[in-house]
Write a protein of this length. Structure first.
Length: 219
């Protein structure tokens, strides 16, 4: 079975992570997180569109997450440093491996509706796979809107130690955890197909196709 693919279009100029109205987003073709981790269709009010852009200095990720239920958030959020166990609340996540031949080595980025964030590096070749001291220097911004939460990440290429070039294929996945208790949902762009909810399944990663020529946007 072929891997799902997201096209990441190049932009000439950088912009603020809080600039939700930037015209550059018009060149980003969305993919949708509309499946649970096990492949079953997710509830309509939990589906999430994801857009990606890249510049010479950074990767931009935008989650437009439908929100048809009460938010499940930290009671005392802080955004000055990474928030551990952020995954226990409402969150959108990006896993991204720059080495196509070694998807077990990847970076993990999380963002919550509060603007809280978390970054770490994961290497399943090691006895202790998670590097909690990892410092990607990512920037995060969130906006809670009527029946929608918009969450943005800006990740510099220094976080990966490499910058893509035109035509490169990296591997990764998008996820969303939403709700609480028995109604908690675990959504994946490329379903992991595990018996119980699990996101750390690199063999199920999709492809990130970096292109310098912007797709033509039709009116």
């Amino acid at each position: 079975m072929s891997k799902p693919t997201v096209t990441v279009n190049f932009i000439e100029e950088d912009f603020s992570v809080s600039d939700l109205e930037n015209l550059s987003w018009k060149s980003a073709r969305p993919v949708t997180i509309d499946r649970q981790w096990n492949g079953k269709l997710a509830n309509e009010h939990r589906r999430t569109d994801v857009r990606c852009l890249w510049s010479a200095s950074a990767l931009y990720i935008r989650f437009d997450a439908r929100q048809g239920e009460p938010l499940f958030l930290n009671e005392n959020p802080q955004t000055s440093s990474k928030t551990m166990e952020l995954w226990e609340h409402d969150v959108c996540e990006l896993f991204l491996a720059s080495e196509r031949e070694e998807p077990r080595f990847y970076a993990e980025f999380e963002i919550a509706p509060t603007g809280e964030w978390l970054d770490l590096r994961v290497d399943w070749r090691k006895d202790e796979p998670r590097d909690w001291e990892y410092n990607s220097r990512m920037k995060a911004f969130s906006s809670i809107e009527p029946e929608m939460v918009v969450m943005m990440m800006r990740i510099p290429w220094t976080a990966f130690g490499i910058r893509p070039t035109d035509g490169d294929l990296w591997l990764g996945n998008f996820y969303r955890a939403v709700g609480s208790g028995d109604k908690r949902g675990y959504l994946a762009w490329s379903p992991t197909m595990t018996d119980t909810p699990q996101f750390h399944v690199p063999e199920k990663f999709g492809e990130f196709h970096f292109v310098e020529m912007k797709d033509k946007i039709e009116d």
